[in-house]
Design a protein around this ligand. Structure first.
Ligand SMILES: [Zn+2]
Length: 225
């Protein structure tokens, strides 16, 4: 079994460009990108042991327990490690409890050679609200490249430059929903970042208000890629 070399944990508010940066890393370095939402849906569709459990939990309206999330993330990393050198965890962990559970996982033999980097993306809320107003994303679930257009009309005719699927406005990019998502983010992000500042992992901070190219360049500089 091949072990994984690089693990990146992306932490940033919605609209900070985590998805776009992940996409560039996938394209340039061939890394794999984990979205826990997509992973849950895949497990349910494939009716794996984990999928059956998640399906029951979601149907009963309960939250997925951290242990189950960790089991799922662990299985995913070990699976993709066969093909890729690096993985990006985007949107997970969200809580200090999850971060602790993840660190317990990383202390296992399989992860002995792995270097873990926490990537904190800094951006002010005002900047995000302005950015999300003009954001359109590719409809293709496995692509989801984001574009910025100021006119809604013109973008309705546009398709994704990567995969040719149509572009759509995300329903959770509406201002009131974004306020709510930012509020939730600020509730958990501070303690999570504090936890990582005091951990043994490497931590880098990126100015996510800069254009994506610059963010990617400073990511490469800080990580030595
Ligand atoms: Zn696309």
């Amino acid at each position: 079994m091949k072990s994984i070399k690089d693990i990146y944990i992306f932490i940033g508010p919605p609209g900070s460009g985590k998805g776009s940066l992940s996409h560039l890393c996938k394209k340039n370095f061939g890394w794999a990108h984990l979205s826990t939402g997509n992973l849950c849906r895949q497990h349910i569709a494939r009716m794996t042991d984990i999928g059956v459990q998640i399906d029951q939990i979601l149907k009963s309206g309960k939250l997925i327990h951290d242990d189950l999330m960790i089991a799922m993330v662990s299985a995913w990393i070990q699976e993709v490690a066969e093909h890729v050198a690096g993985v990006i965890l985007d949107g997970f962990p969200r809580t200090v409890e999850q971060a602790r559970a993840l660190d317990a996982l990383f202390s296992q033999d399989f992860f002995a050679q792995a270097s873990i980097t926490v990537v904190a993306m800094h951006i002010h809320d005002d900047h995000i609200l302005g950015r999300l107003k003009t954001r359109f994303v590719c409809e293709n679930e496995s692509c989801q490249v984001a574009y910025s257009y100021t006119s809604h009309e013109s973008c309705l005719q546009l398709t994704c430059k990567e995969c040719d699927y149509p572009l759509k406005k995300r329903t959770d990019d509406a201002s009131d929903v974004v306020y709510e998502r930012l509020k939730i983010y600020h509730q958990y992000a501070g303690t999570l970042l504090d936890y990582y500042k005091n951990s043994w992992h490497k931590m880098i901070t990126l100015n996510a208000e800069l254009p994506l190219e610059n963010v990617f360049n400073s990511f490469m500089q800080s990580t030595g890629k």
